[in-house]
Design a protein around this ligand. Structure first.
Ligand code: N7H
Length: 453
């Protein structure tokens, strides 16, 4: 079995708290940092095992991960065998991730000064800030802050939903040797542990990594701004015209077809025309589909976000592409849409009103995981059929891996259930990349025996 006391808690199970702070730092005094990492920080790091039972969960869960420049700052020169991690996100954001450049990036992500990130998760922001202050005191000036992003679950009945209103974070793959067989949900992919953890079974470079890298995982971080008022306005303006549906219902249907799930989480492949909250709440049914209707898109468009990001039966079954899986562990950030934004149908330019998704994805091979999903599927106009278009939800008009010209509206087909070949032009990006970085989330023993010595 896996050594769950040695694997950081966010990777396989997720810290799953209502508040999570991402604190990006630069190491300014490596000797002090290493000494404190081993003597005092290590004992604060939350393992997978600790998160499994409520009784052992700390008040504030703490994880830490390092960028490739961060590992170098600590004097680590071993090759982790992941060129995408090695080069950093700045190198492939345009070529692989369709970012239009770094004009929209948080300044701290531009460059190579982010050495690491602390992930602090708890029930309250006070708890998180107390733990951050504790860590900063321990580290005694050996790091400086580059950027922080305070994630928080949305309030009231929107808890668990992201800023476009959809339930998120439901479909992660089950991991062989970790997920108890009785808890594997019908329709859920079951992947070998090495797709998530370096050095485990089916890791591409299982026998080729430095031994200390075993049971670590690569953490992809992206700050993805969501233009919720613009998204909602688009749905209203392009509400699908269906018999016996109000225009509001037609707008909801369009949203569901763009995502592939209703706001409740019910998959449209199972309930194509009307939301079904009972189905959504049923763990045995809400993931049990494989897009078997591969012809006329009356159930789910080929372009739907969840079909682009995990095509399931389209490519011959949920386990046919075993390397193309990530575990998502993100959380929304930013305030609710204000009345003024609602009234103007546009996102405020006030930085304190920025909202979106603090996107986190784990995998053992960034090229096969996140980059493949983003480049070969999400941003590829011809996936999984010629003319499908890029992902209508998170795709951008500056994409470069498709066949459409950059900076023109993205043309998406299949969204209208009445006419699968008709297309919709989307002239605005609903999601704007504010940048990010690639990190390595090491095992606790790696921190003890290598990173802190
Ligand atoms: Fe997506 N959203 O909240 O609307 N995503 N996603 N994602 N996503 C999913 O299954 C969303 C993004 C995947 O197995 C759901 O948990 C938003 C990126 C994958 O069926 C919803 C953003 C990438 C799945 C969203 C965003 C992915 C998935 C359905 C950005 C990878 C699982 C609920 C702001 C490149 C698919 C759920 C499956 C599901 C949303 C980004 C990938 C609602 C708003 C960048 C693999």
């Amino acid at each position: 079995g896996l050594n769950l006391t040695d694997i950081q808690g966010d990777i396989l199970i997720g810290m799953k708290k209502n508040k999570e702070l991402f604190f990006f730092f630069s190491i300014t005094d490596a000797a002090t940092f290493k000494a404190k990492l081993g003597s005092d920080i290590l004992e604060l790091i939350t393992s997978t095992n600790q998160l499994l039972a409520v009784a052992t969960q700390p008040i504030t869960a703490v994880n830490v991960a390092f960028s490739s420049t961060g590992l170098k700052a600590l004097g680590i020169t071993d090759d982790l065998k992941d060129p995408v991690f090695e080069a950093g996100m700045l190198s492939n954001a345009v070529s692989d991730l369709s970012d239009p450049g770094t004009g929209n990036w948080v300044p701290g992500f531009v460059g190579t000064s982010v050495h690491g990130v602390f992930l602090l998760a708890s029930d309250t922001i006070d708890n998180v800030n107390t733990e951050l202050a504790n860590i900063q005191t321990i580290l005694n000036g050996s790091i400086t802050e580059i950027h922080r992003l305070q994630g928080e679950a949305r309030p009231g009945d929107q808890q668990g939903h992201e800023h476009f209103g959809f339930m998120d974070g439901i479909s992660n793959p089950a991991v062989d040797g970790f997920t108890p067989p009785a808890e594997i949900r019908p329709g859920q992919a079951l992947i070998p542990p090495g797709i998530m953890l370096l050095g485990e079974a089916n890791d591409t470079f299982q026998n080729d990594r430095p031994p200390w890298a075993k049971d670590g995982s690569f953490l992809v971080f992206r700050q993805m701004q969501q233009r919720a008022p613009e998204f909602n306005k688009f749905l209203q303006d392009h509400a699908l015209n269906m018999p016996n549906m109000t225009s509001e219902q037609g707008a909801d249907l369009l949203g569901a077809r763009i995502v592939g799930r209703w706001k409740s989480d019910a998959p449209i492949d199972l309930t194509p025309l009307v939301d079904d909250p009972v189905l959504a709440a049923d763990n045995q049914r809400n993931n049990n589909f494989d897009f078997s209707d591969a012809t006329n898109q009356t159930r789910c468009p080929f372009s739907a976000h969840i079909r682009k990001a995990n095509p399931r039966g389209d490519l011959g079954g949920i386990n046919k592409f075993p390397n193309q899986h990530i575990i998502r562990a993100g959380i929304p950030y930013g305030p609710e849409v204000t009345d003024a934004e609602k009234a103007s149908n546009s996102s405020s330019t006030d930085p304190s009103l920025e909202r979106g998704l603090a996107f986190v994805a784990y995998q053992s091979n960034i090229q096969n995981g996140f980059v493949f999903l983003q480049k070969n599927w999400v941003d590829n106009t011809n996936f999984f059929r010629p003319g499908t278009g890029v992902d209508p939800l998170i795709g951008t008009n500056s994409r470069n891996s498709g066949t459409d010209a950059p900076n023109t509206p993205r043309v998406v087909s299949g969204l209208d259930p009445n006419n699968a070949t008709s297309t919709i032009e989307i002239g605005i990006d609903f999601v704007v990349s504010r940048g990010g970085e690639y990190f390595f989330s090491p095992s606790l023993s790696a921190i003890r025996t290598v990173l802190s010595v």
